[in-house]
Design a protein around this ligand. Structure first.
Ligand code: PLP
Length: 353
């Protein structure tokens, strides 16, 4: 068998560089590496359970084989002046659930609940966890297995609604790297990190994050904030958890073709907002050289939002950061996702009964 992304990832994972930067997670209690446990409730196959009880066996298939499928979405709480009051809103719930089910189908996870059942369960979980800012839904083979193909094909579904800062980051044994205002980006030069013939980039499955993990750890050790992966043709693809956009010297907004990347919900939102704002847009192959001479560049994602890139491999991008197109789209995106834009009100789901 030819050298694949997996072989490269394995070698890199155990390299000195990675060991230098990798965290050594504590294993206190059942909190999976966090120091303290949150008192939130997690929906597990139909019942709300305490956070500390939402555990799987160490030999479960999804932990051992990387077969866990997930999705991640944001929650927005409208203020007291909201009229009529809408309360807590989920941004683009249907698109996230559709993508989640698509990832399950790509990976062959025979998940039982349908779109409506999952949406209902997500809203129920958000109502049970006041103050939550984000939702993570997971589907996995919890059974203890030997073979790479599980014999017990029951797919467990877990839904967590939490505040990423207070429930997770603040409870880690060491502080997380500070979030910079703008990104210092590194282009990962290893093409085998992105092989759609091995694993579809459209599957939001844990195995897809192993090679970005090692690549980003190496870049972080060199002082970079984020990486962009290249595909097997040498075109720029996406970040570990973000999509890429550039603005070229003619003011046109470009992003890599959808076959090569995860169908980011923020990516599709930005494409729609560019249309609404009259900004010319097209999908196109983007080479490293195109990014280096771009007037503006930014990454998008549920956690990242619209995050401007200030430099790539040490070279500054454009003459000003953030550039005008990025600022226009970022501001509109913020208004839309917080429920302050009537034109895109339909992208928000109320969680109240
Ligand atoms: C590989 C990858 N690309 C892009 C994104 C951005 O997707 P979204 O905008 O839906 O968060 C993510 C999200 O985590 C991702 O994992």
């Amino acid at each position: 068998m030819a050298a694949t992304g997996w072989h490269v990832a394995e070698k890199v994972a155990f390299s000195d560089t990675f060991r230098r930067v990798a965290k050594n997670p504590t294993t206190s209690g059942s909190s999976g590496g966090t120091v303290g446990t949150s008192d939130r409730l997690i929906w597990l196959d139909g019942a709300l359970r305490p956070w500390s009880e939402a555990t799987v066996h160490v030999l479960s298939h999804s932990l051992q084989r990387g077969s866990l499928v997930f999705d991640y979405m944001s929650i927005h709480e409208t203020g007291p002046g909201d009229s009529p009051p809408r309360g807590v809103l989920i941004f683009r719930l249907r698109e996230h659930v559709d993508r989640f089910l698509h990832s399950c189908a790509l990976m062959g996870l025979p998940i039982e609940p349908d779109v409506e059942a999952l949406e209902g369960a997500i809203c129920e979980t958000v109502r049970a966890n006041p103050g939550a800012r984000a939702i993570k839904i997971s589907a996995f083979f919890a059974s203890v297995e030997i073979d790479v193909v599980p014999i017990d094909t029951h797919v467990t579904v877990a839904i967590a609604a939490y505040d990423p800062k207070t429930d997770i980051t603040d409870r880690l044994s060491r502080p997380s790297p500070p979030r910079p205002q703008f990104l210092k980006l590194w282009i990962e030069k290893e093409r085998a990190n992105r092989r759609e013939d091995i694993l579809s980039p459209q599957a939001k499955v844990s195995a897809n994050y192993a090679s970005p993990m090692t690549a980003k750890a190496r870049a972080r050790a060199e002082g970079y904030d984020e990486i962009i992966l290249v595909d097997e043709d040498g075109n720029l693809a996406e970040g570990p958890t973000t999509n890429l956009f550039i603005v070229d010297d003619k003011g046109e907004l470009l992003t890599p073709a959808s076959e090569k990347v995860l169908h980011g919900v923020t990516r599709s939102t930005i494409i729609e907002l560019a249309k609404a704002e009259g900004i010319p847009f097209r999908e196109a192959p983007i080479k490293a050289a195109d990014l280096l001479v771009a007037s503006e560049a930014f990454m998008t994602g549920t956690t990242a939002g619209v995050w401007s890139i200030e430099s790539v491999d040490g070279t500054e991008i454009g003459s000003v950061c953030p550039g005008p197109v990025s600022t226009q789209l970022r501001d509109r995106f913020l208004r839309v996702s917080q429920g302050e834009d009537p034109e895109f009100e339909h992208w928000l789901t109320r969680v109240e009964d």
